[in-house]
Design a protein around this ligand. Structure first.
Ligand code: GTP
Ligand code: MG
Length: 418
């Protein structure tokens, strides 16, 4: 009996040992437990243009007139570009997003408004009118057409270099026989004009993601800097941005007064110094004030004339440095204001400013006052800087955000009656 009991206990122990042994083997053969999940990879950054990614939505991107535009300009320091989803590692596991748009959000198109503003350039003596006259009523164009087009382009302030580029491209695009076809030549001209003013695929809206963003307006005297500040403040106010104006043109007392009048009209505070104050100190104080009072955008006016030209460039450089001292990263935009009625002279001045300063764009004013209009093409091509706005009058709402396709449609598009 005792032996039977011992045998039974031994059997139970053997069975238990057998199960324990196999359980351990199975555990040992299981794959290792999953590691704690790793954080998703940070977006890899490549050198290149700065683009406001859709993941970095800012309040600026909600504004139709001042969307999340890409900052461009060949002379800008290279900055980071988030990689597009097609380049992103598949392991990110998120559904691919559409690539960030390089075109800023825009308000409603206003081709008719632009067309009215460009009525001189569209008239029979203007850029469009004279070009149309070469084509109208013709079923076939003669061999002399390219010379005639060249003449009109040069007379319309397109400039020699840009005129040559435009015509070479038209010749390249069209096969020989098509050069006699008025429709095809006209369409090719329009397409090339649009290509020339589309700098790096972007124009128009300002990049105003920093708070405060500092925008410096520079240009020769009478170009329209102060008026453009008033118009820009009007636009920004309408899109819910709080602005502050800095009276950085301390060269003339009347200039300060002119800005104060705009400030009153738009409802923006104006920071001004004493007569003859250092423009840098005015801009510095304005930026500090903007930081303290939750201002979104500082629009800084500058002098267009000092005692000598070289002083002006040195002064502008100093001003930009002072803005940077007041707020790292500032000025976020340096806009060169150019009077379109100055034609090819404007181009020479613009080159000087571009050499001295890291310009981010152009505002072309007084396009309503010229029949030439081609200066837009010449300047955009020669400076390789995007046109951000065009001025088409003296009223607060006479500033149009520049969109290449709309502009070319307004300048060179045919009327419905044609
Ligand atoms: N027709 C028209 N006139 C404009 C436009 N922009 C500015 N002006 C006028 O051009 C003149 C000069 O403009 P300002 O804004 O004073 O020029 P500024 O660059 O500040 O000149 P300075 O202060 O002397 O350096 C003014 O009479 C403006 O009303 C525009 O787009 N169209
Ligand atoms: Mg002024």
């Amino acid at each position: 009996m005792i032996y039977a009991l011992i045998a039974l206990v031994a059997l139970i122990a053997a069975v238990a040992a057998y199960f324990l042994f196999f359980k351990n083997r199975q555990t040992a053969e299981l794959p290792p437990p999953p590691k704690k999940s790793e954080p998703p990879p940070r977006p890899q950054r490549l050198p290149g243009r700065a683009v406001v990614a859709d993941t970095e939505a800012s309040d600026a991107s909600n504004s139709p007139a001042f969307g999340s535009a890409s900052k461009t300009g060949s002379n800008l320091a290279p900055t980071a570009t988030p990689i597009t989803p097609s380049q992103a590692p598949a392991s990110a596991g998120r559904p691919p997003r559409p690539p960030p748009s390089r075109q800023p959000e825009r308000g409603p198109r206003d081709i008719e408004g632009l067309r009215r503003g460009l009525s001189k350039a569209r008239g029979s003596e203007g850029f469009f009118g004279r070009l149309r006259a070469l084509f109208s009523g013709k079923k076939e164009l003669g061999a002399e057409i390219t010379n005639q087009i060249e003449e009109v382009l040069l007379a319309s302030d397109v400039g020699t270099e840009t005129t040559k580029l435009l015509l070479d491209r038209v010749r390249e695009t069209l096969v020989h026989g098509d050069l006699a076809d008025p429709e095809k030549v006209w369409d090719a001209l329009r397409a090339e004009a649009e290509r020339i003013v589309s700098i790096d695929g972007s124009s128009g809206a300002l990049e105003l993601t920093a708070k405060p963003s500092v925008v410096l307006l520079v240009g020769v005297n009478g170009a329209g800097k102060t008026t453009t500040i008033g118009k820009l403040a009007t636009k920004l106010n309408a899109s819910g941005k709080k602005c502050l104006l800095a009276a950085g043109d301390t060269f003339r007392a009347a200039a300060v007064q002119q800005l104060v009048v705009w400030g009153d009209r738009v409802g923006c505070e104006v920071v001004r110094g004493k007569d003859g104050a250092d423009p840098g100190s005015v801009v510095f104080d304005a930026i500090k004030k903007a930081e303290q009072s939750g201002v979104d955008v500082v629009l800084a006016d500058t002098a267009g004339r000092l005692h000598t030209k070289s002083n002006l460039m040195a002064e502008m450089k100093k001003l930009a440095k002072t803005a940077e001292k007041a707020l790292p990263g500032a000025p976020h935009e340096i806009l060169l204001v150019i009077d379109a009625t100055n034609g090819q002279n404007a181009l020479a001045q613009a080159r000087e400013f571009k050499e001295a300063l890291p310009l981010t764009g152009i505002v072309l004013t007084k396009l309503d006052g010229t029949a030439k209009g081609g200066v837009v093409l010449g300047i955009a091509n020669a400076l390789h800087l995007p046109v951000r706005f065009v001025g088409l009058g003296e009223r607060p709402d006479d500033l149009h955000e520049f969109a290449p396709a709309d502009f070319v449609e307004a300048l060179l598009g045919r009327d419905a009656a044609e």
